[in-house]
Ligand binder design. Structure first.
Ligand code: 4NP
Length: 158
């Protein structure tokens, strides 16, 4: 069976998109769908290439039983637009970067991650960048990303 290839995208690939990567991977594994999906994440920036996720994001995920230590920072590659089926930016700014860099034929693959959030109340809902804030930011990001990943899996399995 052809796998659905999903790329989660944020700015640094150390907070939001690796969390979505880890949570979606965990959900897919727990539900026995590992052979149906290929999951990856990246940043539009390249400052953190090769690095572990942010220690504050790892700690928040760990509270919920989600492991992130196997992930390493990766930056967007030109060939990602052709390779992935669904490209899900965490915010409007990163969606703008993706749309600028993508050929027209791949632009339909790019959708705001929170367009799959059942609790989002507008079309432009974003996952807020927690990098410069306090611990509350990381727990808020966890809640948003968890429920959005759950609904994303349900939508893709329909
Ligand atoms: P992320 O958060 O995009 O969720 O990974 C950030 C991480 C690092 C930076 C910005 C945002 N930075 O400027 O280094």
């Amino acid at each position: 069976m052809k796998k659905t290839k999903i790329l989660f995208v944020c700015l640094g690939n150390i907070c939001r998109s690796p969390l979505a990567h880890a949570i979606f991977e965990d959900l897919v594994e727990k539900n026995g769908f590992s052979d149906e999906f290929e999951i990856e994440s990246c940043g539009t920036g390249s400052w953190h290439v090769g690095e572990l996720p942010d220690s504050r994001m790892i700690a928040e995920a760990k509270k919920h039983g989600i492991k992130m230590e196997h992930l390493r920072g990766r930056t967007l590659q030109a060939m990602d637009f052709e390779y992935y089926d669904l490209i899900l930016p965490m915010d409007v700014s990163n969606r703008g970067v993706l749309l600028t860099k993508s050929l027209d034929e791949y632009k339909d693959k790019i959708k705001l991650f929170r367009s799959f959030d059942p609790e989002a109340n507008d079309d432009m809902a974003e996952v807020p960048d927690p990098y410069y804030g306090g611990a509350d930011g990381f727990s808020n990001v966890f809640d948003i990303v968890e429920r959005t990943c759950e609904n994303l899996l349900e939508e893709l399995r329909k």
